[in-house]
Each structure stands twice: as C-alpha cells, then as structure tokens.
Design a protein around this ligand. Structure first.
Ligand code: MEZ
Length: 567
C-alpha cells in the first residue's frame, strides 16, 4: 500500500475532526481513518448532554475565564492550566464552526444556540442538540470528511505500531471482513480510539468497543500513559445496563431522591445540589446506597432520578432519548415514574501523554480526545468538557500532524512484521490441552475492577485487584478462539480487545494503589485527604519488560493557586 501522510486510528469525534482539519490545513495530503466500526457508530454518538462553551447565550455574564476556573477546580487542580486555557478559549469558536457546517444545535427563543446548566459549572454553558448531541456532531463531521476526500478503512482492527529503533513507520491492522493483517505505512499516526472505561464491563456506560485499543498499542510501543488511575463514574447510569442517563436530565431540573423520598444532595453539596461535579455526586449516591438509604432489587441497588415534575412537554422535547432508553431498558416512563439509577464507569481521564499539540514522545505519533491525556480534566472531568475536548484537541492534533508530516520520511513496513502479526492471531486458534474462554475472563476483569478499583478504594482492595488482574493475565496466555474462520471473526476481536484491557487495567490499579491520597474521582478511604505536597503531580506509567513502571510529571500551574474544593 502507498504510504499515507496521516493515518488516524478511530472514527469518533476526535478522529474525524483531526481528519477534517488536516485536510483543511493541506488538501494535498493523503489521509486515512481506520475504524473498527462504521464511524457513525462510534461512541461519540452516545454523548448525550452537550459541549461546554462560554457563549453567553443563556447567562449573559458568562466568560471564558469562568469556564477555565470551573474546569481547573473541577479537576481538583490536577489539570495543566495552559491546556485548560486552550480548551476553554477555543470553545466558542469551535461550537460556532460546527454550527456553520451544519450541526443542528437546539435553539433558544432568540434563535441563538441553546445552553443548559451542567455539573460543577458556575453558569449554564452546555450547548446541546436535545439529548443526542454527540450523535449529531458525529454525523456532521463524517459528512465533511467524506466531502473532503478522506479515505475510510471501516471495520479494521488496529494491532500495533511498526517501529524501527525510534522511528515510527506506520500501523498494522486486521481487516475484520477478511481476517487478513494489512500494513499501513505512514509518516504520522494519530490515535483517537476513545476511552477504556468498558473494562468495568456492565458497570459502564461505554460502548462495547471502548477497550482502550489506542492506549494499549502506544503503551506496548513504549509511549507513556498519564494519570490512568482516574476513572470517572457518571452519577446516573441505568440500574440494569449501566447505560448513560445524561446529566442534562439534572440540568433540566431533575432531582435525585433516596428511598425516604429525600433530595439527599443537600447533605453533600448544599449549594449545587444535583449539579455538583460528577465525582462528588457519584460518591454521594454510592454513600446513600452503602448506608442503606437506596432501593434494593434483584437487578441491584439504586436510587431515583425523578423527572416527573418537569412535565411531558419538556421531557419529550429535550430528553427524548432518555425517555426511550428508560422505557426500553428499565420499563419506566420518566413522565410518570422516577428512573432507577446508579453510578457507572463513564470516562477515562487518563490516557496517552501528549503535549498541547497532540504530540507524544515518539516522533510522528499523536493522540487526541479521550484516548489522550493532555491534560485538561485532571482528576475529575466536568460534564460537557468531553465533547469539547475531542473537538478542540482533535482539531489541534490534525493540524499539527498535517504541518509536521513532511518532517517524517515514509517508512516501509517489512513483510516479516505482517507475518509475525498473522502468526500471533493464528496462535489463539491452536488447540491446547488446558484452555480459557474469553467470556469468563472478561466478566471477571469487570468484576474485580468494580469491586476493588471502584469509586471507593483502599489499599487491601487495590492489592487484591492487582493480584487478580495479574492472575487474569496469566490465564489469558491460555485463552483460545474456537471460531477459526477469517471472515468477521468477532470472537478473535474480543480476545484482542481483552488483551488491551488487561494491559491497561494493570496500569489503572497500579496508579490507584500508588496514589496515597484522595483527589477528584480517586477516593482512597485510607487516605481521605488530598495531599498536595506528595501527590500534586501526574502519574506516568511505562511498560518495561512487560511490567508497569510508575513515574511522575509535574502539573503545569498558571493563574490559579491550589485551593480547597467546596461546592
Ligand atoms: O460530558 C459528558 O460526559 C456528557 C455530556 C454526558 C452526559 O451526561 O450527557
């Protein structure tokens, strides 16, 4: 195959924005997007509530500076302040740019882009398209990429980077339709494969495919991962499935109530109530449940998200998807009854370490969106800053790669690498006396993470989690794929995804065990206080001889000094 100037791995919002921007920067470039699903089925489509930008449409006195401060405070002061400046300053421009290329934003009466309140934000600045914001953004970007001539390789599963010494020369991927390993020689590669929170299995709002493929490939190629222990639990996942019930439901005025009918958030965030930041609201719900004030059911414990007082018109016009999902997955119509919810693993604050331009430590390799960690979210992301992150930093990574592609000579990927990868894939199908099945390992991984590396963490649990993950990695050596066909071998894909999750889970648990403090989403009951002296720093995980080695990196400060975080 002819070398590409840019290969983008992942067809969600970050990948597509990167492709669109790279084309705009230099239309003569040869740009490919590889995606394991069709791009318009990427997980961006599940982002419901919206994207933050200080447009000042709903609150005239909103400012970019307030957005910056809310984000830094929300991050529990672990975000890099120069990166947050970029995120929030670019926000109004990027929302308007999306408007110009056709994103159907909901509108206010004066026809300006509608905004709703979101957690941890001082002003209502979350721009939305009903409760299908990510879905509409994704469609808009996909259309633009097709129009601009981006090459799409859909249903390709990325396997590894091809690296010669310190020189990256492209990517190897499996064509899911044929089972063949194909080489994609490239001057630059951008990873935009989304997050890794699906490792929590059914305690997750994530799509089945959010298995951290980009992070795992980069990790195995020697690129460090940053702040992996910070996994965000969204306060309101549906009780049975963990699917997301947007924060927009609380932004529109929904209440959280316990089994005594009490709006319990008054106990935890007197001022912000249900619109406290996610880490705080998720901990509060979990505390209500642990202290016996939740509801019990065969499908698990839960609390209520009550929208009944909002009325049918509002629910039907602004939260139609939530209504549909509640009816389909819980048998509850939120117009008439509260929705049973419980926190659900939703977002990976950690990811591939990048600078503010999307560059990693390896020349020619970039990352953006949830797959990367720039870091704008620190220890806790604010709702509505994720779509914003993929747009702003997807665009920046696309621009940087387009500008820098000329610096890297195209490398050829040797045939021997294709053969090696093919043999690796085939090795899963060789008969073996003792074998393990994917399903059991997958479920046990989710279970150990939810129990031992969940919302409330503690040394002995984390240690158990680390041991259990190591045990699962040993057992993985014996995992076998019984479907030996080449065409759409989904069992093989699942097994490869499991390998990625196991490698990443190890770094999540190792970081969580090492970080002896509580900050943002990382709550250590044995170290309940934030320890700025020892831990106001990023955790860096590197893979050396197959082992996770932890290091650290300073947090970039700016105008805002460390403060106690109250809401
Ligand atoms: O940023 C998010 O995670 C988001 C918009 C989710 C939601 O509650 O809708």
């Amino acid at each position: 195959m002819k070398p590409f100037d840019i290969v983008i791995v992942g067809g969600g919002g970050a990948g597509l924005y990167a492709a669109m921007e790279a084309m705009k920067t230099n239309p003569s470039l040869n740009i490919a997007v590889l995606s394991k699903v069709y791009p318009n089925r990427s997980h961006t489509s599940a982002a419901q509530g919206g994207a933050n930008a200080a447009l000042g449409n709903k609150a005239k006195d909103d400012t970019v500076e307030m957005h910056i401060f809310d984000t830094i405070k929300g991050s529990d002061y672990l975000a890099d302040q120069d990166a947050v400046d970029v995120l929030c300053s670019e926000a109004p421009k990027i929302i308007r740019e999306l408007d110009n290329i056709g994103t159907p934003w909901s509108r206010m009466d004066d026809n300006t882009i509608a905004q709703r309140p979101f957690g941890g934000a001082g002003r209502p600045r979350c721009c939305y398209c009903a409760d299908k914001t990510g879905h509409t953004i994704l469609q808009t970007l996909y259309e633009q990429c097709l129009k601009k001539g981006v090459y799409f390789f859909n249903e390709y599963f990325a396997l590894s980077l091809s690296v010669n010494g310190s020189r990256m020369r492209g990517l190897l991927a499996m064509n899911i339709k044929t089972g063949k390993v194909e080489a994609f020689p490239a001057k630059t590669v951008i990873f935009a494969t989304g997050g890794y929170a699906k490792m929590y299995w059914n305690r997750s709002s994530n799509a089945a495919g959010n298995t951290g493929d980009g992070q795992a490939i980069a990790f195995r190629a020697g690129i460090p991962l940053k702040d992996m222990e910070f996994v965000q639990f969204h306060p309101t996942g549906l009780r049975k499935s963990g699917l997301l019930v947007t924060e927009g439901a609380r932004g529109e005025g929904g209440y959280l109530t316990n089994r005594d009918g009490e709006r319990f958030m008054a106990r935890y965030a007197k001022e912000k109530m249900e619109l406290g930041p996610r880490d705080l609201v998720a901990r509060s719900i979990e505390t209500e449940i642990l202290e016996g004030r939740g509801f019990d059911s065969p499908a698990g414990k839960y609390i209520h998200l009550d929208l009944t007082h909002l009325g049918a018109d509002l629910i039907k016009s602004r939260l139609p998807q939530i209504r549909e999902m509640s009816m389909q997955f819980e048998g509850v119509d939120p117009i008439d009854e509260p929705i049973p919810v419980r926190p659900t693993a939703h977002y990976s604050m950690g990811g591939i370490d990048t600078d503010n331009f999307g560059r990693t430590v390896m020349g020619g390799v970039y990352a953006a969106g949830e797959c990367g960690c720039v870091s704008v979210h620190g220890a806790n992301r604010l709702g509505g800053n994720s779509l914003l992150d993929i747009l702003v930093f997807g665009r920046i990574a696309g621009h940087t790669a387009a500008e820098e592609a000329g610096k890297f000579a195209p490398g050829a990927i040797p045939e021997s690498e294709i053969r090696e990868r093919t043999e690796e894939l085939r090795s899963y199908m060789k008969p073996s006396g003792h074998y393990e099945r994917y399903g059991a390992l997958r479920e046990e991984l989710g279970q150990t993470l939810a129990v031992n590396v969940g919302i409330f963490r503690e040394a002995s649990l984390l240690k158990k989690g680390i041991e259990e993950i190591a045990g699962l990695k040993d057992r993985y050596q014996h995992v076998r794929v019984f479907d030996t066909s080449d065409v759409y071998n989904t069992n093989l894909i699942q097994v490869l995804e499991l390998k990625n999750m196991l490698d990443l889970a190890e770094s999540v648990a190792a970081g969580a065990y090492a970080r002896e403090e509580s900050r943002g989403s990382h709550t250590r009951v044995d170290f309940p206080v934030r320890d700025d002296e020892k831990w106001h720093r990023h955790t860096m995980a590197t893979l050396m001889d197959g082992k996770v080695v932890l290091g650290e990196k300073p947090v970039i400060m700016g105008r805002y000094e460390l403060q106690e975080r109250t809401y």
